[in-house]
Design a protein around this ligand. Structure first.
Ligand code: G6P
Length: 487
């Protein structure tokens, strides 16, 4: 990387050599009654994935503060320069809740919920992407590396290249890239592809996502492709820049979860959790953002039927479902919450007793220490997504289980399944009967088999942490031939 690690003043200086651009800053702002602005760390997979990289590189991070109309000067936090981008309340509605989370999110997740296509949302998406591109252009040093993240910012690579042709631009798509047969529903499909093609390197979670992207480019644009490389010919048909699409499966800070779970405090807390749950024989755990892609309803349905069938003893089994609040102004999320809460209430009414609940449903998010204790307390971890780019919870569970105890039940429709098979017990969450059989098998798994599987999972996960992921992406990005090299 060019001059990696040197940090200059964000105003008037040369700028930063590594700039991350993501929808959210890794902090949440709050404004109190007197108008004083404060910030706290914000949760989320992307944040925990990138923080170590940023601290190591002392880079700048361009992102939204999470609050409406909040204008804030760039500031330093935890070894990173944070550069807030302001969004108005109307932009939050149209760009974030609308186009990002009610158009692209469902479209990219196999249309599990119907995507809504609104031209006003698209206009806001374009406008906000331009603002992010301008903010990144203002922070980047000459020849800097800029790493743009996720579906909210797919137009930024092209916009940024137009502003700053000297930059080396990478893009990483954290969520699935859909098959062209679904992607082509999008009225602005070409604009999105051209936006992404402004990057030099486009990273995806799975090989399948990268090939879906290249197929879409082949089908919907005129750019020639060869394997995973797209040639950006100029208007006269002369060869120009080459864009590469490839898989870089993301991971977590594995050591952190391993350390946390080995700490006496967390181990004591895990015991306490089990005791507070009434020391059941089997504790099952689900940990998700409350999102319809996560298969929470399918999971609870399967669990309820198992109790109903008497295949596991309701009096001695508990499911703890952490469902962290997410995108609460989007209709599909509100509906999901209602459905899940009705299901939970019904099941607890039927199978609960005084002092014992069939499901402990927790609509909160928790700090990593508490998460590690929950992972340690859980005999069976249920990850049953209908579609999931990767699923970092599965990896956190594995990293926390140095005791080799615990079974991971994992949906085939996660990026993690591509990487981790055959260690987990794989399920198709649409096949309720199949999932019931697997959950029952997980609850009764032979201890030797349990250890064998967890050992295999840990061999995979512990060596592949997030630092390796970012190094490998940035390594490929910076090693690519310069844009002027015609091959
Ligand atoms: C997914 C996305 C991220 C997003 C996160 C939380 O992991 O890939 O880009 O930040 O969900 O969602 P939110 O809408 O709260 O940022």
């Amino acid at each position: 990387m060019t001059g990696q690690g040197s940090v200059h003043s964000s105003t008037g200086g040369q700028g930063y050599d590594l700039v991350v651009v993501a929808n959210r800053l890794p902090v949440d702002f709050s404004v109190d009654d007197d108008g004083a602005v404060d910030w706290q760390r914000s949760p989320g997979g992307l944040v925990s994935a990138l923080e170590p990289v940023m601290q190591e590189n002392e880079g700048a991070w361009v992102g939204w503060s999470g609050a409406p109309d909040l204008a804030h000067e760039p500031f330093e936090a935890d070894g990173m320069m944070l550069v807030p981008v302001t969004l108005s309340a109307s932009e939050i509605r149209k760009y974030y809740e609308g186009f990002s989370n009610d158009t692209l999110w469902p479209l990219y997740h196999d249309v599990i919920a119907p995507p809504a296509y609104h031209r006003q949302w698209w206009d806001a998406y374009r406008r906000v992407n331009q603002r992010f591109a301008e903010a990144a252009a203002a922070q980047a040093a000459p020849g800097a590396v800029v790493w743009v993240h996720d579906y909210q910012l797919q137009l930024v690579p092209k916009m940024l290249r137009e502003l700053r042709p000297d930059l080396r631009i990478g893009f990483f798509d954290h969520i699935p890239f859909p098959p062209v047969e679904l992607f082509q529903q999008l009225p602005w499909r070409r604009n999105i592809l051209e936006g992404l093609l402004g990057a030099d390197l486009i990273g995806f979670q799975r090989g399948g996502d990268a090939s879906n992207f290249v197929r879409a480019v082949r089908r919907l644009t005129d750019h020639p492709t060869r394997g995973s490389v797209v040639s950006m010919e100029d208007a006269d048909g002369n060869p120009g820049r080459r864009v590469r699409a490839a898989a870089f499966p993301i991971s977590i800070d594995t050591q952190r979860f391993d350390d946390l779970a080995r700490s006496p405090e967390v181990q004591a807390r895990a015991k306490e959790i089990r005791a507070d749950l009434g020391d059941p024989d089997v504790v099952m755990l689900g940990v998700d953002r409350l999102d319809y892609t996560k298969g929470i309803r399918h999971r609870i349905k399967a669990y309820g039927e198992i109790l109903q069938d008497g295949r596991i003893d309701a009096a001695h089994t508990t499911l703890v479902q952490v469902a962290s609040p997410s995108r609460e102004n989007v209709g599909a999320y509100q509906e999901l919450r209602e459905h899940v809460e009705i299901l939970v209430g019904r099941l607890n009414g039927e199978f609960g007793e005084i002092g014992h609940s069939a499901i402990h449903y927790l609509h909160h998010s928790y700090p990593p220490e508490e998460m590690a204790a929950l992972y340690l307390a859980a005999d069976v971890m249920l990850v049953t997504s209908l579609r999931d780019g990767m699923n970092l919870v599965a990896k956190e569970y594995i990293a926390a289980r140095s005791d080799l105890d615990g079974v991971l039940v994992l949906s085939e429709f996660t990026g993690a399944a591509d990487e981790l098979a055959p260690g987990p017990l794989l399920v198709n969450p649409h096949d309720i009967d199949g999932m019931k059989d697997t959950i029952v098998a997980a609850a009764h798994l032979d201890p030797k088999e349990k250890r064998r599987r967890m050992r295999r999972l840990r061999r995979k996960v512990m060596g592949d942490d997030v630092a390796k992921w970012s190094k490998s992406f940035l390594g490929v990005l910076t090693a690519m031939p310069s844009r002027d090299t015609h091959v």
